[in-house]
Design a protein around this ligand. Structure first.
Ligand SMILES: *[C@@H]1O[C@H](CO)[C@@H](O)[C@H](O)[C@H]1NC(C)=O
Ligand SMILES: *[C@@H]1O[C@H](CO)[C@@H](O)[C@H](O)[C@H]1NC(C)=O
Ligand SMILES: *[C@@H]1O[C@H](CO)[C@@H](O)[C@H](O)[C@H]1NC(C)=O
Length: 697
């Protein structure tokens, strides 16, 4: 005998989407007193959640009424009834047997025991009575795939703005729908591209038209499929009716099983889709796909929900409060920085990057071609979460033929100085915890932007062009995001320096592993654009950057609920193809300052000095003459940071010391405010000052 039940708790103020707790109790029990004990324990647990709405459902392994919850002429003994502790719990938690309240006089079963030939209603759904008005429907379904009947409950929770439409990728597998889609799009552009309406407006409207079309086609398709399912269910129902009067008929059983198989085939198709959906929600933007089992997804989903936060020493649990905390944190983070235009100009006059070659400039500013757009569409991965418009990369791949030309016109108008489509300014931001620990701290969440695919196509084309230019402009010791430059080179280089210092008895040195909190998100747009201008990237390219890095807006997705919209006024958004390149070209300004400064002494190897290695926002400084070099570097970072939006975090910046005496180490720490440690984790590899016991994490 066993009891298997699920308990779900909902915060009273919000709906289903903000489910904040869900547990499954599955216990194998032998005698009845075990059952009694189980419900007592569950009761105790649930008492902590008295201010939540609750749904408890499953196989309770007992009936509520020995008289009603069974087939007509059957007799069930008293110990078929649920124990007293169960009813104490339901009483106390204000739970009601929702099916029974809706069907006070029905006699129904949910479980047919082939061994005992009994038919009892041991599967129940209990809900907090306050929720009852929200329950639209509750019913016992025909038996399909187990010896229990499923129960179905429909609720109408109004979830504030959390429904996100997403194109159903499988829709275009239907040849008829695909043909219709092509025609709709073709007709639309034929009529509307000829008018003098701005291209960007025509473009945005095309997305709205197609969205309407896809929604309509999907519901037609769904209706057809449901009709098929209903028919099979009807057959199963008939079979079960017969079985009730003739429980021993093998023939009826066989017939039912046949329909059950058919039903399962249909269900499997749906489940496949649902798993895809779940995967999307769980890994929003994450790039790994592969075959994932449903249970893994469930586990991961639970991990990805934020159940509590610590803000100003207070613990926040309520879903809407958690949402508000994230919202105000990111609103603040992304609001305009303190930098002054004149200061940036002044600073870049002295430290700005060198001008790019004439040829590079020509390449950057060329008209965008159809080949470039097609190439970018080709490169888009399938199955990734789409942006706010819900159109997936499948849409662009499937309808490429009709989309490339109008999109090209929109892109080239932007390079000529026109504005970008309004829909390119929108984004959803999902929050991925950086580590599994300290998930209660707001600052440990990495904001990833989900952007519309057409925006990404445009940014991707410009990124490809900029990449070629930066290859020659960015010093070799900065490795992230450029072709042929690898993270492992950086790790190797740092290890080489550590080993070299080990044999050089007389060289005192420090390795500083710089940590800058929210480095990507804090970069000043003005600095970024003026820096590009200084490099002489050309008007067309500047127009392109100006159009997408201005007036950005975003909504956060927190536990699957979407927040209100807020403005983004700084930062290179993670998820945008060109943002890493913008980041490294800003960082390059600082690195140049360090490379060229005479007071900063790098570790000497032969005739060469190695001062730094950078990979994205991971920066390592390798310095001799620790005190003077470090103090100067900190000054430079400060000077740069004030205008560019970059702040070194002293608490998290770690230092390895080489050949420093205890006194020297202390003096270094006193004077720089940095901490010398024994072990540092760099790009996933642990390093020590001896580096003899190097090991991978
Ligand atoms: C998407 O399409 C598939 C196949 O047509 C269908 O089974 C599924 O229910 C659809 N999903 C939604 C959410 O409509
Ligand atoms: C962003 O940069 C500014 C300096 O321009 C600094 O004052 C601020 O603290 C930084 N914000 C974060 C979150 O590091
Ligand atoms: C470092 O500072 C502490 C406290 O301010 C002081 O006691 C110590 O002597 C200083 N050490 C050196 C080497 O300057």
């Amino acid at each position: 005998m066993f009891v298997c039940l699920f308990v779900c708790l909902f915060s009273i103020s919000t709906g289903l989407s903000s489910m904040s707790f869900c547990c499954c109790v599955k216990k194998v029990l032998s005698p009845n007193e075990g059952k009694s004990e189980l419900f007592k324990k569950l009761h105790e647990t649930l008492l902590d959640y008295l201010d939540y709405n609750l749904i408890m459902m499953g196989d309770m392994n007992g009936v509520v009424s020995t008289n009603m919850d069974k087939a007509q002429r059957q007799v069930i003994s008293r110990d078929g009834r649920l124990p007293k502790t169960f009813f104490e719990m339901t009483e106390n938690m204000d739970l009601i047997d929702i099916w029974r309240t809706r069907n006070p006089l029905e006699r129904e079963g949910t479980f047919f025991s082939e061994a005992m030939m009994t038919w009892t209603r041991i599967d129940q759904i209990w809900v907090t009575s306050g929720m009852a008005p929200k329950i639209k429907k509750v019913e016992i379904c025909p038996k399909t795939c187990s010896n229990h009947n499923a129960m179905k409950m429909e609720t109408k929770f109004t979830t504030t703005g959390s429904f996100r439409w997403r194109m159903n990728d499988t829709l275009f597998q239907d040849e008829e729908i695909y043909k219709k889609a092509q025609k709709t799009l073709k007709d639309y552009f034929e009529i509307n591209l000829k008018t003098d309406v701005e291209k960007r407006v025509v473009w945005d409207a095309s997305k709205a038209v197609m969205r309407g079309f896809l929604i309509q086609q999907n519901s037609i398709k769904k209706r057809k499929q449901n009709e098929k399912k209903e028919k099979i269910l009807e057959k199963i129902k008939e079979g079960e009716k017969k079985l009730r009067s003739k429980p021993k008929s093998q023939e009826i059983l066989r017939e039912i099983k046949l329909y059950q198989t058919q039903y399962m085939e249909l269900m499997n198709q749906e489940i496949e889709w649902k798993i895809k959906q779940m995967r999307q929600k769980t890994f929003e933007s994450a790039d790994k796909c592969g075959k994932l089992l449903a249970w893994q997804l469930k586990k991961r989903q639970k991990l990805n929900t934020v159940t509590s936060l610590e803000v100003d020493g207070k613990n926040i649990h309520k879903p809407n409060e958690i949402r508000n905390c994230f919202l105000s944190y990111f609103k603040k983070l992304y609001s305009q920085g303190p930098q002054k235009e004149e200061d940036i100009d002044e600073f870049l006059k002295q430290y700005g990057l060198q001008k790019i070659s004439h040829q590079s400039k020509v390449d950057l500013n060329q008209k965008i071609t159809e080949q470039e757009i097609e190439g970018a569409i080709q490169n888009m991965q399938l199955g990734k979460s789409p942006g706010p418009d819900g159109l997936t990369s499948r849409y662009y791949k499937a309808l490429k033929e009709w989309l490339v030309q109008p999109l090209k016109e929109v892109c080239n108008e932007i390079l000529e100085g026109k504005r970008a489509p309004e829909s390119w300014k929108e984004a959803y931001i999902t929050l991925i915890p950086k580590t599994e620990t300290e998930k209660t701290q707001l600052k440990n969440y990495r904001p990833i932007s989900l952007l519309n695919v057409d925006y990404k196509i445009f940014a991707d084309i410009l990124a490809k062009r900029l990449k070629r230019v930066l290859m020659e402009k960015i010093h070799k010791d900065q490795a992230g995001f450029l072709p042929k430059r690898h993270l492992s080179d950086n790790v190797r280089n740092i290890i080489d320096i550590l080993e070299l210092l080990e044999v050089n008895i007389n060289t005192k040195a420090v390795l500083i592993f710089v940590d800058a909190e929210k480095a990507f998100d804090n970069i000043s747009w003005s600095f970024m654009k003026k820096n590009l201008h200084g490099m002489g990237v050309g008007q067309g390219f500047e127009n392109g950057m100006g159009a997408i890095y201005s007036e950005q807006k975003a909504k956060l997705i927190v536990n699957n609920v979407i927040t209100e919209e807020f403005k983004i006024e700084k930062g290179t958004r993670q998820g945008c193809p060109i943002s890493p390149l913008l980041f490294i070209s800003v960082l390059e300004v600082l690195l140049n300052m360090i490379r060229e400064d005479q007071q900063v002494k790098g570790v000497q190897v032969g005739a060469k000095h190695y001062k730094l290695r950078a990979f994205a926002d991971d920066l390592v400084l390798t310095l001799q003459e620790p005190d003077t070099s470090t103090k100067r570097v900190l000054e430079l970072i400060q000077e740069f940071g004030q205008v560019a939006g970059f702040k070194l975090n002293k608490q998290k910046t770690k230092v390895l010391g080489k050949k420093l005496t205890v006194m020297e180490r202390e003096k270094f720490q006193n004077e720089t405010g940095l901490t010398v440690v024994k072990k540092v984790k760099y790009l996933g590899v642990y390093m020590t000052s001896k580096n003899l016991n190097l090991f991978k994490d």
